[in-house]
Design a protein around this ligand. Structure first.
Ligand code: NAD
Length: 408
């Protein structure tokens, strides 16, 4: 994660959009602050008998379109400005996706890899205990994000049920299927990113068969890479937090996964060359897919990017300064609030199924998802063209128009 304050970046983006289109000062001022920004302390009895206190957060940014919605991140670098930035982007993302949800985000400053399963469960239940008053199916509906799993969502759902008696299971999304989760939620963000890319591919001048580079091999990056290959593209490079590998002829992802399982990393994958994450971002390719963290493309490396286009599956991987450099270089950026909105859309489907006590098939889920993302992609492309700006500002204008219409 970069050093730049991500919330400041969101405000720079907001200033920029206000220069392109007049939304009125009052509306823009309202969006400069979240509705609520909550910080909590969560005490945990560690396995060695000591008590440790963790810092947690929930930011409820804006609920003009519906209940606050947004994931919970567990990471040692998570802090309030990051959570505020992510909550702001969620507000716009839900508007882009056309779902009746507002924007929120949560987190805990913790390295979950350093906790036992029991400690992790206490921590997750502790987060809910401290916040149960503000959560609920029609108030605020959290979901997973980096390092939070379906199992964690199941603990949280159970804790919320115990405290409030709410049995709808609709307060958390991203649950395991047998505990009220939706089919397709795990793949939704990567697959949705592919649908968006596929809708815009020809318009942004990319070939039928693209050479793709993916940063991050987690839930989003791993799934996206697989979907690109299934649809005839070649993934030439991929990375995780430790290593990156490249093979110009394409990587066999199943074998890469097995290698990572056996050796604990990507390094020395047969037939591939070991490179650094910095080198990975600068590889010549048709499409670069950042799917790890924010601020990985900044004014320090934007000039060195050789991809023809970028699909932002991570939230906020490109700083506002880097955006301008890439725009001038003619590199099309498909922005996060559109590119990764498949995740929250299927989260919304999960909430909807829970409230209606239904369970849709995976086919039904993807059949509903695809046209929504195609429609948003086409409208945002037009919006950008009309306003003579790049796709990010097109997406911002599109989202803010929807939010403003509900706020007045
Ligand atoms: P994850 O924890 O499953 O995966 C993160 C991946 O990034 C891991 O492979 C990790 O090794 C890698 N990584 C960490 N630091 C890195 C570094 N410095 N360089 C390269 N790789 C690094 O998380 P995820 O759910 O896949 O989320 C990834 C991004 O996608 C985040 O920005 C998240 O906010 C965003 N996102 C996720 C969802 C979702 O549904 N999970 C939805 C929308 C957006």
């Amino acid at each position: 994660m970069g050093m730049q304050n991500p919330f400041q970046n969101t405000m720079t983006q907001l200033d920029k959009v206000a220069q392109i289109k007049d939304f009125g000062d009052d509306f823009i001022a309202r969006l400069r602050q979240p509705d609520r920004d909550i910080r909590i302390s969560i005490p945990i009895k560690m396995d060695n008998g000591s008590v440790k206190i963790f810092e947690g957060y929930r930011v409820e940014y804006n609920n003009a379109l519906g209940p606050y919605k947004g994931g919970i991140r567990y990471h040692p670098d998570t802090e309030i400005n990051e959570v505020k930035a992510l909550a702001f982007w969620m507000t716009l993302k839900c508007a882009v996706a056309g779902i009746p949800m507002g924007g929120g985000k949560g987190g805990i400053t913790v390295d979950p890899k350093k906790l036992s399963s029991g400690e992790l469960e206490q921590l997750s239940r502790g987060w809910v205990k401290m916040l149960s008053d503000v959560l609920g199916p029609h108030k605020d509906v959290p979901a997973p994000d980096v390092n939070t799993t379906p199992e964690i969502m199941a603990w949280m759902t159970d804790e919320f049920e115990k405290i409030t008696g709410d049995r709808t299971k609709a307060t958390f999304t991203g649950k395991p299927i047998e505990k009220g989760g939706s089919e397709g939620r795990g793949e939704a963000t990567g697959l949705g990113g592919f649908y968006v890319f596929d809708t815009l591919r020809a318009q942004i001048g990319l070939p039928n068969k693209c050479k793709v580079v993916v940063q991050g091999f987690g839930n989003v990056g791993g799934n996206a890479a697989r979907v690109f290959v299934e649809n005839g593209h070649i993934v030439i490079a991929i990375s995780d937090s430790k290593n990156a590998i490249v093979n110009e002829n394409g990587l066999d992802l199943e074998k890469v996964e097995a290698h990572k399982k056996n050796t604990g990393g990507l390094k020395d994958f047969p037939g591939a060359i070991n490179i650094t994450n910095t080198e990975l971002l600068e590889l010549p390719c048709d499409l670069l897919v950042p799917a790890a963290f924010e601020n990985v493309i900044t004014d320090a490396n934007a000039d060195k990017i050789k991809a023809r286009a970028i699909l932002e599956l991570a939230n906020g991987p490109i700083t506002p300064e880097a955006d301008e450099i890439l725009f001038k270089k003619g590199i099309n950026v498909i922005p996060d609030i559109l590119a990764n909105s498949g995740g929250v859309t299927v989260s919304y489907f999960e909430w909807d199924q829970n409230l209606k006590q239904q369970h849709w098939s995976e086919e039904e889920v993807f059949d509903k998802l695809r046209p929504m993302l195609e429609d948003a992609s086409k409208k945002i492309f037009e919006k950008a063209r009309e306003s003579k700006t790049h796709l990010r500002m097109g997406a911002f204008i599109f989202a803010l128009e929807r939010i403003k219409a509900k706020m007045l």
